[in-house]
Design a protein around this ligand. Sequence first.
Ligand SMILES: *[C@@H]1O[C@H](CO)[C@@H](O)[C@H](O)[C@H]1NC(C)=O
Ligand SMILES: *[C@@H]1O[C@H](CO)[C@@H](O)[C@H](O)[C@H]1NC(C)=O
Ligand SMILES: *[C@@H]1O[C@H](CO)[C@@H](O)[C@H](O)[C@H]1NC(C)=O
Length: 300
Amino acid sequence: MDIEQLLLSFMLLITDFHRISCLFVTDINVPEIVDFRDNVTLSCSYDMSGHTLNSVKWYKDKMEFFRYSPMMHPVYMKFPVVGIQVQDGKYFCNESTCRVDLSLIGAKSTGTYKCEVSGDAPHFKLAAKADNMTVAALPQSDPLIESFNSMYRMEELLSATCSSDYSSLPTRLTWYINGEQASLGELQPSIDTSIPAHDYILRRQKLQVRFYLSGPRFYHAGKNLELKCVAEIENFPELKRETSLNAAITHYDNLNNQMLIHAGSGVSGAANVTPHHNTLQIISILFAICFLVNSALFSL
Ligand SMILES: *[C@@H]1O[C@H](CO)[C@@H](O)[C@H](O)[C@H]1NC(C)=O
Ligand SMILES: *[C@@H]1O[C@H](CO)[C@@H](O)[C@H](O)[C@H]1NC(C)=O
Ligand SMILES: *[C@@H]1O[C@H](CO)[C@@H](O)[C@H](O)[C@H]1NC(C)=O
């Protein structure tokens, strides 16, 4: 072997090495958290950089459930793995990307999902990427606010209850009164209920808020009261749900005034002057005045 041949083989080795190291998985797309009732799409992209694609394999917890091998027959293969079901005909792979649609079973579908790409002979180079997916029973509706009225009087005691939807992940409820978080003293101890369903323990939380409509919080808020209940799931801020409701706050005097006007006596003018008296009192005052005027006239 002369020097020239040695150099040539060395160069080949270098280009070879370069070719080998080039195969890699550029991206994997596995949802972090999903509801067990949903279908999910897993996808992965790869850069073959001159290699020929031999196969793409999908694994759940190290067990292969799907294979794409463009040079074999059949091109697509499915393998039974507990917790997942590749949907019929809902997959597509080529030289740069591979996508599969799954239906889920429940908690058993939680796991590490891996996409592994292999190049053809002579190197059969492997590249892979993996990601975790949590399959849970997620709340399907916004929190529910109960026993809340559309109108309250100033100084009145308000109490309302918020319930989260059933979920297999722990939910935290928070009340906001006109945008401010309710203090501990305004909350009753929360009540949790749990039921077993779909292989999960589903939990719902109920939290009651109780407070008097008094103090600067309400003087500055105008005549409107907004109550908001927020349901959050730890570690998954994107799953936050909330409900808010509004009520009008009526001042005690105004309400009394309105009662007077509604009483319909022909003394609405007097009612505006003496808002704290009821109709009967006003009528008696009028009678008294008449009596006084009469006796004054009589005495003349
Ligand atoms: C999931 O896919 C199946 C089969 O394609 C379909 O019948 C079902 O409605 C889908 N479920 C959802 C929640 O989209
Ligand atoms: C593979 O399929 C994707 C999606 O249909 C497409 O965007 C891409 O160009 C295809 N790649 C090749 C190498 O054919
Ligand atoms: C997936 O979860 C396992 C165990 O729960 C953990 O060790 C691993 O780091 C996680 N992988 C990713 C990509 O988050």
